[in-house]
Write a protein that binds this ligand. Sequence first.
Ligand SMILES: *Cc1c(COP(=O)(O)O)cnc(C)c1O
Length: 369
Amino acid sequence: MIPISDLRKQIAPIRVSIDEAIKKVVDNTNFIMGAEVKELEAELASYANVKYAIGVSNGTDAIRLALAALGVMAGDGVICPAFTYYATAGAVASIGARPVFTDIEPDTYTISLPSLEKAIKKGKRIKAVIPVHLYGQCADMDGVRKIARKYNLKILEDTAQAFGATYRGKKAGTIGDCGSVSFFPGKNLGAFGDAGGVLTNSATIAGKIRLLRNQGNKEKYFHSLLGYNHRLDTLQAAVLKVKLHYLDGWNKKRQENAEYYNQQLKDIASLKTPFVPAYTTHIYHQYVLRVATSSQKLIAHLRSKGIDARVYYPVPLHLQKCFKDLGYKRGDFPESEKAAKQTLAIPVYPDLTKEELEYIVASIKEHVK
Ligand SMILES: *Cc1c(COP(=O)(O)O)cnc(C)c1O
C-alpha cells in the first residue's frame, strides 16, 4: 500500500537528532513548560515572521484559546466554512459559542466571500470569522479582511493545514488577528503526539493566551482568569524544534510532487487538478483532485491498486448529526456538498519515490482514460 502519509520515512533520516532532543528532556525531567517550549515559540515566531507564537496542546485547543482571547463569549456566533475538518466548528461549540456556516469557493475549497457576507447579515451577535486555509493554501484574506472590517469582526485563521504557506508574501496565520496551528503528527509539521500553537502580532492576545493555556495562572496558585490546561508538552516542543528545520524542504518536495501530478493529469478532461490563486502559495497538506460526479469509483480503483486515496471531508459540517440543532439542511451550502462528493486526495507526502508517483499517475489514467 502507498499510504496517504508515511512518517517512518520522514523520521528515519533525522532520528539521531530527535532521539538526542528527547533524551535531553528525559534527563532533566522538565516535562511541563521546560526550556524547549520557550525556545520553540521563539523559533516558530521567527519562522512565521510574527511577534508572538504560543505553544499549546493541539490545534483544536489553539482555536478555543484564540477565540476566548479574542473575546468570543458563550452565545456569540462564529463563522466558519461548512467544508472543513470538524475541529474548526467543534472548537467554537466547545466554548459555548455558535458555529455559523458559510459555503466555499468551488475552485479553491476556501471560504466564499458572498456567502460570508450573507451569513453576517442573517446572523445575530456574530463576533468572529474563521477562514480555513484548507489543504495547504490560503483563503482570500484581503476579501475576508475587508468584510471583517466592515462588520467589525475578529479574524482567526485556521492554519492547521497551511503552516509555512504564504499569502502575498506573509506567512499563513499572521494576516488576521491571530492564527491557530496544528502539529498533529500527520500535518506538514507534526509532533510525536498532539501539539499546536497560536500566532499573533498582538501583545494583548498573546498575553491572554499564555494565561488561558496554563490555568489562568499569572503566578503559581494566583488565577486571574478562568483558564484551561492547554499547555504544550516539553517533549513535543523538543521534537518540533528538530523538525521545524526541515519543514521548508518537505513542503518543497510536496510542491514538486504536486507539480508532477499537475503536468501528468492536466489534459484529462474529466479530472480537475488543484487551482492555486496568485495571492497564495500551496504547501499541499493534501493534493486534491476533482471529478465530475462521484469520486467513489476512482477511490475504489486506486485502493484496489494499493494506493490510499481518501475524501477530506465526506460530510460537510452543516449535515453532521452533532450540529443538527443549528437547523441547517441539505442544499444550504451546495458547493460544500458537491466538494464532499466529487473530491479525492491522493498521496503527496515528501518521501514518495519517482516510481510511486509514476505508478499513481498510471493507475489514475487506467481508470479515467
Ligand atoms: C487538524 C485540524 C484541526 C485540529 O487540529 P488538532 O491538532 O488535531 O486538534 C483543526 N482544523 C483543521 C482544518 C485541521 O485540519
